[in-house]
Design a binder for this molecule. Structure first.
Ligand code: GN1
Ligand code: MG
Length: 429
């Protein structure tokens, strides 16, 4: 016993000093990043967030430490019910910078967002899309006796009557009314919740069925063009800017074997088997706010990518996110699979709303919609990891790698479950 302890002593000492050294490196990194936040930007903020306790990121007034320049100027530019008292960063969403605005007891709260103009190149046309869509949906809600302020995003104008504020550095900001008594889920707690989100996205799709699609500006061209997504991915692999392709060899090879499936939706849009409609294109479960009291879907949010597309895009993106047994960046892949009960619950809700307007080919194609939206997201995460994390916000350095592995695990599972998914949708023809 004593001899055993003596023998293992050097190993313990080495382990302790390695972990001490690791902690020390983390502390130095955090200190350096905190001093240089202006130049390190969001990536710096997220690394600190990962390594250091969150409370270190809030200053004495309770304001996010990594407060973007002109946050306050932007907040003061909008015609809120009262002047803002404080702001909190919202960490959901991989693209824009989002803040909750508190205007004091008894006053409404607001969402203030700085649009990511590296991705949305023309924020003025983007806002005119959103305004058009919200106005259209608001009229539908009013006609049914609903409350348009609470059932569709309400855009708040600036004090001088614009839909956005431009800061002195050319940053674009917009604001929405924040809704009380709503919940958004990252994973559905029950099949019932996921069913209700399907109903809500189905309703939204219906509300936009007569929207003049040709007036919509394409905020991100080829957004769900899986063929061009695959080409972008191949270019990232070829360039291998960060020297990360070797580490991801297995995942890259796996993704490339799926290339022949990428044109499935495009072929059918081209020959008329699928219709070109107005679609949301980012139908993650957390983009529907559910009423906390009734549990029903209340308001669809994140309207940046409302563009012409196929109904399979909206169905598929919901499945890849909400019918997964685990969150999008779960690293224990044994926990990641497609939950067929969730899949069926969503089919029931979504197709239940849209049945009369969908073609038979579209209903039968839904499992492929799920497959392609998952593949697309997987190769986008992986491509971004190879490109040096320039697109999606990350909260720690390897997050895009982990997200990619997660999505590709779902694809491997869908390969196994395709027959069962096909059988499920046939029941709803
Ligand atoms: C991004 O903004 P957010 O987080 O809702 C992305 C989606 C991806 C999603 C993956 C404009 O959505 O396409 O499916 O991340 N949005 C854009 O979680 O690229
Ligand atoms: Mg989005």
């Amino acid at each position: 016993m004593i001899i055993d302890m003596i023998i293992s002593l050097p190993a313990i000492v080495v382990k302790l000093s390695v972990s001490k050294c690791h902690i020390r490196i983390q502390q130095i990194t955090v200190r350096f990043l905190m001093k240089n936040l202006d130049t390190m930007g969001y990536m710096g903020y997220n690394i600190i967030n990962h390594y250091a306790p969150k409370k270190r990121l809030w200053n004495s007034k309770g304001i996010d430490f990594m407060e973007p320049k002109y946050l306050r100027e932007a907040g003061e530019a909008f015609a809120f019910q009262a002047e803002p008292i404080d702001y909190k960063r919202c960490d959901a969403g991989h693209i824009n910078d989002t803040f909750f605005v508190n205007c004091g007891e008894g006053n409404d709260g607001y969402i203030l967002q700085r649009v990511n103009t590296n991705i949305f190149k023309d924020p003025i046309r983007l806002m005119s899309n959103i305004k058009g869509v919200c106005t259209h949906v608001a009229k539908k809600i009013e006609a049914c006796g609903g409350d348009p302020d609470r059932e569709v995003r309400k855009i708040i104008e600036t004090k001088d009557g614009n839909d956005y504020y431009v800061d002195p550095d050319g940053g674009y900001w917009r604001a929405y009314l924040m809704l009380d008594d709503v919940i958004s889920y990252n994973t559905p707690d029950s099949a019932e919740i996921f069913y209700k989100s399907g109903v809500a996205f189905g309703k939204f799709f219906n509300q936009l069925a007569d929207y003049p699609a040709d007036t919509l500006y394409e905020t991100i061209p080829n957004f769900h063009n899986s063929v061009s997504r695959m080409n972008d991915f191949k270019a990232a692999v070829k360039e291998d800017k960060m020297g990360r392709a070797a580490e991801m060899k297995k995942e890259i090879e796996f993704a490339l074997t799926k290339e022949d499936k990428c044109s499935y939706i495009l072929d059918r849009l081209a020959d008329g088997r699928f219709r070109l409609c107005v679609t949301h294109n980012d139908t993650k479960l957390n983009n529907v706010l559910m009423n906390a009291k009734t549990g029903e879907g209340q308001c669809i949010i994140d309207l940046d990518t409302v563009m012409p597309g196929s109904v399979l895009y909206d169905f598929g993106d919901s499945i890849r996110f909400g019918a997964s047994s685990a969150p999008e960046d779960e690293t224990d892949l044994s926990k990641v699979y497609v939950d067929l009960d969730m899949f069926e619950a969503y089919v029931k809700g979504f197709v239940g709303e849209l049945h009369d307007s969908m073609t038979k080919d579209e209903i039968l194609g839904l499992p492929m919609g799920a497959y392609l939206m998952t593949l697309e997201t997987g190769i986008r995460f992986l491509g971004d990891y190879l490109n040096g994390d320039v697109y999606f916000h990350i909260h720690y350095p390897e997050q895009n790698r982990d997200r990619a592995r997660n999505q590709l695990k779902l694809i491997a599972d869908m390969d196994e479950k395709m027959d069962q998914m096909n059988e499920i949708v046939k029941k709803y023809l």
